[in-house]
Design a protein around this ligand. Structure first.
Ligand SMILES: Cc1cc2nc3c(=O)[nH]c(=O)nc-3n(C[C@H](O)[C@H](O)[C@H](O)COP(=O)(O)OP(=O)(O)OC[C@H]3O[C@@H](n4cnc5c(N)ncnc54)[C@H](O)[C@@H]3O)c2cc1C
Length: 390
């Protein structure tokens, strides 16, 4: 009697919607756990633009375990400083940007740095289909079926919605976004400058503040500066439907000096302006059957948490681990959510405190912030501040 090789247990299959940080991290970690994965991405090609990302905490630790840290560029020279500018246009002495946060080193990066490194790690291993997304989703006990916008049909053991704050997977499975989105009364615009800005470089940041408004210029080693502008507006949803150039010129009028006009001109010239509300996503369960949400689609914490990119990676790593440890998808998704929810809840809460660091929301906040910055910019105090921000 000849012994026939027993066919290997067929690899489990996941369809991942979205090739942002969370989707790519999920593809990498699931591939390593033996899954077959397909990424579908709505954009016609890989995104390269992006904005400032502080990378620290659980995401940093996960990136270390995944072995991708060394491939990330060093975008800030040691001793990089944050300078503050008031409405008059006068720039005050800055203080050092802390070199660690949330229990790990703090890296100043671009979102595109993280996406590129993750893309390089998966592009030869995982199929990525551009220009397509889900149109309809159905599932039973055994599989999930996705009808795509190009008419193709995909079947899988798991569908991962890593398609960002305005997730289509979430809308198709959970209902309209409005049910889950909590808005700050803030709008944010971000863009990459097409040239260096005189006087600020090497990882230094400059923040121009006035009550209810702030504009950040972040510089990098080997990359043009990136700006993001934040302002309060009573109707953020309507505001972000306006022409960004016009809305921003109106919101940031009245600043003295040359920095603000330079920033607004750069915004106007840029072809990649992100203009959106500042919001969080709160949803009481991140999975339904064989569909799971990941990253901003599940728990967007807003830019104020400084942890959105990192938790996309940490969340993906934890998801793959849970799927590896639990035979059943439903048990794995339950265990994963129990592990991650307290961390996400803490960062979502923290974002409400951190918003004041990003922008003085009113006149009282502005005066308090200006006083704090004056104290912190005294050299001895700045050293203590950097230590306490770890
Ligand atoms: C100005 C700004 C500053 C920030 N600063 C920080 C920071 O300092 N630190 C930090 O950790 N985080 C920061 N964040 C947040 C962080 O960038 C996000 O949390 C993170 O990028 C989310 O990644 P994601 O992959 O979950 O979603 P996304 O980056 O939104 O990716 C979603 C992907 O899905 C695709 N997609 C969308 N819809 C569909 C569809 N229907 N079909 C197929 N594909 C689809 C999109 O094209 C995109 O490629 C900041 C955000 C902003 C706006």
């Amino acid at each position: 009697m000849s012994l026939r090789a027993v066919p290997p247990h067929p690899a489990r299959r996941a369809v991942i919607v979205g090739s942002g940080i969370s989707g790519l991290a999920a593809a990498l970690t699931l591939h390593r756990a033996g899954w077959q994965t397909l990424i579908v991405e709505r954009a016609p090609e890989r995104r390269t633009g992006g904005y400032w990302v502080r990378f620290s905490g659980p995401g940093y630790a996960a990136a270390d375990r995944l072995g991708i840290l060394d491939a990330l560029p060093k975008r800030a020279a040691s001793g990089a400083r944050l300078f503050e500018m008031g409405p008059s246009g006068r720039i005050r002495p800055g203080f050092p940007i802390p070199e660690s946060a949330e229990g790990t080193p703090l890296r100043i990066l671009l979102r595109s740095d993280l996406e590129r490194v993750l893309y390089d790690a998966v592009s030869d291993l995982v199929e990525i289909r551009y220009g397509v997304g889900p149109a309809a989703i159905s599932q039973d006990r055994h599989e999930v079926t996705v009808m795509m916008t190009d008419g193709s049909v995909e079947r899988a053991d798991l569908l991962i919605g890593a398609d960002g704050i305005h997730s289509t997977v979430r809308s198709l499975v959970y209902g309209p976004e409005d049910l889950y989105r909590k808005d700050f009364d803030h709008a944010v615009a971000a863009c990459i400058f097409d040239r260096e800005l005189p006087g600020v470089s090497g990882g230094d940041a400059l923040i121009a503040t006035a009550p209810g408004r702030s504009a950040w210029i972040n510089t990098y080693v080997g990359h043009p500066p990136v700006a993001f502008l934040l302002y309060r507006t009573p109707w953020p949803a309507a505001e972000v439907r306006r022409d960004p150039a016009e809305a921003l010129r109106e919101a940031f009028s009245g600043f003295g000096g040359t920095v603000m006009p330079t920033m607004l001109d750069a915004m106007e010239r840029s072809e990649s302006v992100v203009f959106d509300q500042v919001s969080q996503i709160h949803i009481n369960r991140w999975s339904q059957g064989r569909v799971v949400l990941l990253g901003d689609a599940a728990w967007c914490m807003s830019l104020y948490s400084g942890q959105g990119a990192g938790m996309g990676i940490a969340g993906a790593e934890a998801l793959s681990r849970a799927l590896d440890e639990h035979g059943q998808v439903s048990a794995a998704l339950g265990a994963w959510e129990r592990e991650l929810r307290p961390v996400i809840a803490r960062f979502q809460k923290q974002a409400h405190v951190m918003q004041h660091l990003f922008m003085p929301v009113n006149r009282v906040g502005y005066v308090a912030r200006r006083t704090a910055m004056r104290v912190v910019s005294i050299p001895a105090v700045s050293k203590i501040a950097a230590l306490t921000m770890r």
